[in-house]
Design a protein around this ligand. Sequence first.
Ligand code: 2BA
Length: 107
Amino acid sequence: MKLIITIVSKEDSSIVQKELLKQRFFVTKLSSTGGFLKHGNTTFMIGAKDQDVDTIINIISEYSRTRKEMVPASIARDFGYSTISPTEVTVGGATLFIMDVEKMIKL
Ligand code: 2BA
């Protein structure tokens, strides 16, 4: 069994959640905030059978779009970038962490 933790942008979270549930996967949704942009994003925890991992990655990949965001100069400077103008970064589609689960128990 695996635990997939995935961070997706807030705009994509409803469709990603809907598509995962449609295919009968279990999902826990957490509200999260990106450390860099300080924008709200969504973190999903998905406990899944090993053989379902690729299907889940495909769903997340299909419904998470890449976006360009402007980082205000003040934020960029906070992190050591020497700039006086806003800087563009590419955000997402999604970031995934996939971990082995030793045991899952429902009581
Ligand atoms: P944020 O931390 O708000 O980052 C938003 C975007 O800003 C990132 O997009 C990346 O393009 C850029 N960025 C982040 N940290 C940076 C840095 N130190 N220097 C330069 N650019 C930086 P993504 O990589 O697609 O990340 C989207 C969101 O996924 C992140 O939001 C964060 O919430 C999460 N994330 C990404 N990688 C992570 C990691 N290794 N560990 C934990 N969370 C991560």
